[in-house]
Design a protein around this ligand. Structure first.
Ligand code: 6PG
Length: 246
């Protein structure tokens, strides 16, 4: 039998709607705490299908001073910003279009760039110039929102790909594979250094990858989402189906 040790806090909720509400509350609290402590908050957002409702619920939070929030992306697909596949477009429609946030606070990854490696280097520099740095010398986001792929990926760190091991960059480009388009993604060291990671998982397809992430032993090359275990405060917000009880 595999031993399971869930790092951080596990919050099991009845359904996806409850996950979205809880995620929005917690994200709002992290943002407000960071503003109280440092005068501004740095946030990294994932795309995919799960977090949209949480971002829409966050937009209803009237206690956030939006001018003091710097939004970045965890990853982006190699598509134009108006593509239905664009993570930026999803967040824009759910959140940015609904709150009074100055355009310069939104740091979009240039998924449409012809030279994705150059776009990754630029985004790396943008992060370096805007974030606070930890004592150990790593850019430190106040909070990141993550999902888990059915194959155990998180961000755009996919099982068996060399980007999983990248430690000399904060951002890298991820070549296309199979029918998946190329991507841009934050790398493991910057993910691990986040002050808080909110991990959202909804649906029965997430049960197996979550078990692999929580197993006491495992390999990040097989299950890259295991990197999330290293975040000092990691909160798993899952629904009944993802917990295996649904
Ligand atoms: C993306 C993501 C990715 C996502 C997982 C889970 O652009 O696809 O940022 O890492 O979080 O694939 O995606 P779902 O929420 O769609 O299950």
């Amino acid at each position: 039998m595999t031993t399971k040790v869930v790092p951080g806090s596990l919050v099991a909720l009845p359904d996806g709607e409850a996950v979205a509400r809880e995620a929005a509350n917690r994200l709002g609290n992290c943002i407000r705490n960071a503003i109280d402590t440092h005068g501004y908050a740095t946030v990294a957002l994932s795309g995919g299908s799960t977090p949209g409702p949480a971002y829409a619920a966050l937009a209803e939070n009237s206690r956030i001073d939006w001018a003091k929030v710097e939004f970045f992306f965890v990853d982006e697909r190699a598509v134009p910003p108006d593509s239905p596949r664009s993570n930026y477009r999803m967040v824009k429609e759910a959140l940015f279009d609904r709150v009074p946030i100055p355009a310069e606070r939104i740091h979009r990854m240039q998924g449409e760039a012809l030279d994705l490696a150059a776009a990754a280097r630029e985004y790396d520099l943008e992060i370096r110039s805007r974030l606070r740095w930890s004592e150990s010398g790593m850019a430190e986001f106040d909070v990141g929102v993550f999902g888990i792929g059915d194959d155990g990926h998180t961000a755009s760190l996919f099982p068996g790909e060399p980007t999983v091991d990248k430690t000399d960059r904060l951002v890298v480009d991820v070549p296309a594979a199979g029918n998946r388009e190329a991507r841009l993604t934050l790398t493991a060291p910057v993910i691990e250094q986040m002050r808080v990671a909110l991990v959202l998982a909804v649906g029965k397809n997430k049960q197996e990858p979550l078990e692999r992430v929580w197993a006491a032993s495992g390999d990040v090359h097989v299950t890259p989402a295991r990197y999330l275990r290293e975040v000092r405060s990691v909160i798993w917000l899952i629904d009944k189906a993802a917990s295996g009880l649904g």
